[in-house]
Design a protein around this ligand. Structure first.
Ligand code: FRU
Length: 499
């Protein structure tokens, strides 16, 4: 059946309303991390600050809480905290010329002289082969989008690409539009570079940057931006185990179209942080948001999360500001707007922790909180700091600073009976006297920042809606701890329509 875009969107909205009516429980739902009303979400798409609002689009299946039938959901916000759901922006509809029957995959948004323009990957199947092409959709009011009649604007990959050819990210440099697209060739991930004067006619330049094996077989969701005179390329490599969101910092040569990097880092070392995208806002901040879940090809994924019993699956990470350090590494700092969510006075902790006794931490019993801890290990030979976050009775998620091995660990083996695994990453401050940790818990998503926000590790824990407390323990010696916590209030449901 041929569907116009408008009809396809109406059908999708109806299906979504059915899911909303059917599922009333939302015990796992994070409160101030963005999630759709119901249905499945993955990558953030089209992040842009446009005419006074932050726009957030996302990969969305409004029919079921599992991946499939990729649409673009849409929400706006003035403060990155309170999001208002808008009608679905893109639905796969152009079945007649078969360029996106398989879905509207990830992409970006740009402001083209006041026209909000989306660039996305249309996925079609042609004689059993997947065809990924790049498409345009335009909107004058920033809410309703019309697909460009000349779609696709890039019909297929160049010689240096392959059938996996998706996730365009576009920016303007000296009055020329540039686009980076993820691809794979001969088992190696690559970012391809294109240019255009009008967003419609694109010319292939060359390979901007590529894997030599260390960065996987396909680069999903590449992003490229300038930061304090340097350039940053981010992407999610397929097939490299722990590596889910990489950044490279270096220099761009627009004459050759090549990017040369000097430093490499992980944006987030956690289980559930994938396909990040950035935007520049009106305050000049480079803000990054990712899909706060993981993919089915990752070793610890055991099928769809328990949240599907509530008719939804997937949320987005909290927006973080990206900053460049003098050594070429990046910091990822939660945008300060989250402080608007703080409720009441901070609860404080100041105590001496004697080896292996548990000290109760101030956010005990809360489901949504932030906690800032400074652990002074200089008084003895303490070699391990263990923080147990008891987000459901008798279950705990462990955050461990292994000072001997200089590692930070997030362990979910006893978290919720569903999540598994232990993530480990280097802890730069392990030889310092004071270890500082900033922890956020939002029901089913936990984020741990350390190393002055240069190291982040985050993951989902589906523990339900009860919390019994959290504690800190040290092994191998004693320590002083000092810190504070705030409850972070839920966002009014009427706004988010999340119930
Ligand atoms: C990353 C990704 C993208 C693709 C989209 C499809 O999670 O696989 O490469 O465009 O999801 O939903």
């Amino acid at each position: 059946m041929l569907l116009t875009h408008e009809q396809a969107i109406l059908n999708a909205e109806r299906a979504l309303n059915k899911l909303v009516k059917k599922h009333t429980r939302a015990g796992y739902k994070p409160q101030w991390h963005f999630s759709a009303k119901r249905g499945w979400i993955n990558d953030p798409n089209g992040l842009i600050f446009f005419k006074g609002y932050y726009h957030l689009f996302y990969q969305f299946n409004p029919y079921k809480p599992i991946w499939g039938a990729m649409h673009w959901g849409h929400a706006i916000s003035r403060d990155l905290i309170n999001w208002e759901h808008l009608p679905i922006a893109l639905a796969p509809s152009e079945v007649y010329d078969n360029y996106e029957k398989g879905g509207c995959f990830s992409g970006c948004a740009v402001d083209d002289n006041g026209i909000l323009t989306l660039l996305y990957t249309g996925v079609a199947y042609n004689q059993g082969k997947i065809v990924q092409s790049q498409c345009l959709a335009l909107s004058e009011d920033g809410i309703h989008f019309e697909k460009y009649e000349g779609n696709p604007v890039i019909a297929g990959p160049p010689e240096s690409g392959s059938d996996a050819f998706r996730d365009p990210k576009v920016w303007l440099h000296e009055n020329i539009w540039y686009m980076v697209i993820g691809t794979s060739k001969d088992g190696l991930g690559k970012a391809l570079l294109y240019k255009s004067l009008d967003l419609k006619k694109w010319e292939y330049i060359n390979v901007l940057c590529e894997s030599r094996g260390e960065f996987g077989s396909m680069w999903e969701c590449p992003d490229f931006f300038e930061l304090n005179g340097k350039h940053v390329l981010t992407f999610s490599p397929v097939g490299v185990g722990y590596r889910k969101a990489v950044y490279l910092v270096g220099d761009m040569d627009y004459k050759t179209g090549r990017f040369h990097y000097q430093s490499i880092g992980e944006i987030d070392w956690g289980f559930d942080y994938y396909a990040p995208q950035t935007m520049l806002d009106n305050k000049g901040r480079r803000i990054i948001i990712a899909w706060a879940n993981s993919c089915d090809w990752m070793p610890w994924w055991k099928g769809y999360s328990p949240a599907i019993s509530e008719g939804w699956c997937g949320s987005l990470s909290f927006p973080r500001e990206v900053k460049l350090c003098t050594d070429g590494k990046l910091q990822f700092i939660p945008v300060e707007e989250y402080k608007l969510l703080r409720v009441g006075h901070s609860k404080k902790v100041k105590a001496k922790v004697y080896g292996e006794t548990e000290v109760s931490l101030p956010a005990s019993g809360e489901l949504c909180f932030e906690m800032f801890l400074e652990v002074d290990v200089s008084i003895s030979k303490a070699n391990k700091i263990e923080i147990g976050l008891k987000v459901a009775s008798s279950k705990k998620t462990l955050v461990i600073c292994d000072l001997g091995k200089a590692d930070l660990i997030l362990n979910r083996n006893n978290s919720d009976g569903w999540s598994t695994g232990e993530n480990r990453c280097p802890l730069e401050v392990s030889s310092e006297k004071i270890i500082r940790l900033h922890i956020f818990v939002d029901r089913s998503y936990i984020e741990i920042y350390t190393d002055n926000y240069r190291t982040v590790i985050s993951g989902n824990v589906y523990a339900g809606d009860c919390a019994t407390g959290s504690y800190l323990k040290v092994y191998g010696g004693d320590a002083y701890i000092e810190g504070f916590s705030y409850i972070l209030k839920p966002i009014p449901h009427s706004r988010l329509a999340q119930t």
